[in-house]
Design a binder for this molecule. Structure first.
Ligand code: C2E
Ligand code: MG
Ligand code: MG
Ligand code: MG
Length: 288
């Protein structure tokens, strides 16, 4: 009897695993189709200076609008795209689309783009990045690449060398989801990041947990002493923003300040028409 139950349980788990494998395969297949069929869009979420409320930049966030599956959240497909390699063409697309979009904005604010570990590990990544900047005409100083600590764990020395080459282009580098990794302090010691993005999990607890508040304070102090600005992610309430202002946090991002939206919905980012020809190619015939 007991044996039969174990047998049935095992069979049940096997069936469930088969089902998971099947679903992953189907999602992977749809992902590649989606890339071929251009089913991806970018939304943009504002980043602001806490002290002045001034817009400092926008983070580009990937959206998959699948005709079959509806809107698939990044958490459901980015890890899969990473493991099947689809993140390479997808990441290239994100970078190019975000740079092209931002190059047409009336404001010279930053555009922040998330970078996955696999992208950074491509031997020709810096060359690709340089080509995209040239192609889109975006000033490198306006681009900020966001990486998480997991990105530099795998092949540390090579990753850090690539990051140095990226900075040499004039592109800045932010450490994303800071405080959740295993080696936060070591990471900060190894590389001159341009920004620390404090993970959203701290904001959810900052008002209720003295520990979370103490850690936020400590990270802000760390940023100040290293001369690296800190941006708080996931700011949803005015109380959280007040606390950040009191504690001297540099920047904030979150639903309170603005949700990720298609660019057309963001006032102040009305796209300028990009000139079809460079001024020197227009031969002075077309007035600006
Ligand atoms: P992330 O880079 O940490 O992006 C911030 C995430 O927090 C976004 O989720 C954003 O919508 C969400 N968020 C912003 N403010 C708030 C808030 O006040 N409250 C709450 N609850 N959430 C907030 P999203 O767009 O679902 O993206 C999730 C993650 O997927 C991103 O986390 C990033 O790691 C990844 N991702 C998104 N786009 C890309 C991309 O183009 N490339 C790569 N490699 N990863 C991406
Ligand atoms: Mg990010
Ligand atoms: Mg983040
Ligand atoms: Mg996060």
């Amino acid at each position: 009897r007991a044996k039969a139950t174990i047998g049935q349980t095992t069979a049940y788990y096997e069936a469930r695993m088969d089902e998971q494998v099947r679903q992953r395969r189907a999602l992977t297949k749809d992902l590649w189709t989606a890339i071929a069929q251009d089913q991806f869009r970018l939304h943009y979420q504002v980043q602001k200076a806490v002290a002045t409320g001034e817009v400092t930049g926008y983070e580009a966030l990937l959206r998959w609008q699948s005709p079959e599956r509806g809107n698939v959240p990044p958490a459901d497909f980015i890890p899969l795209a990473e493991s099947c390699g689809a993140i390479l063409p997808l990441g290239d697309w994100v970078l190019r689309a975000a740079c092209r979009e931002a190059a047409g904005w009336p404001s010279a604010c930053k555009i922040a783009v998330n970078l996955s570990p696999l992208q950074l590990s491509q031997p020709d990544f810096v060359a690709r990045l340089a080509a995209i900047l040239t192609e889109t005409g975006l000033s490198p100083q306006r681009l900020e690449l966001e990486i998480t600590e997991s990105t530099i764990i795998a092949d540390r020395e090579r990753a850090l060398a690539t990051l140095r080459d990226i900075k040499a282009l004039g592109v800045t580098v932010a450490i994303d989801d800071f405080g959740t990794g295993y080696s936060s302090l070591e990471t900060l010691r190894s590389f001159p990041f341009d920004k620390i993005k404090l993970d959203r999990s701290f904001m959810t607890e900052v008002e209720t947990s003295p520990q979370a508040k103490a850690i936020v304070r400590a990270i802000l102090a760390l940023g100040r002493s290293l001369d690296v600005p800190v941006l708080a992610e996931g700011v949803e309430t005015a109380d959280q923003l007040d606390l950040l202002a009191r504690e001297g946090c540099d920047e904030a991002q979150g639903y309170l300040l603005g949700r990720p939206q298609p660019v057309g919905a963001i006032a102040g980012l009305k796209r300028m028409v990009a000139p079809a020809l460079a001024p020197e190619e227009r031969g002075g015939l077309v007035a600006d």
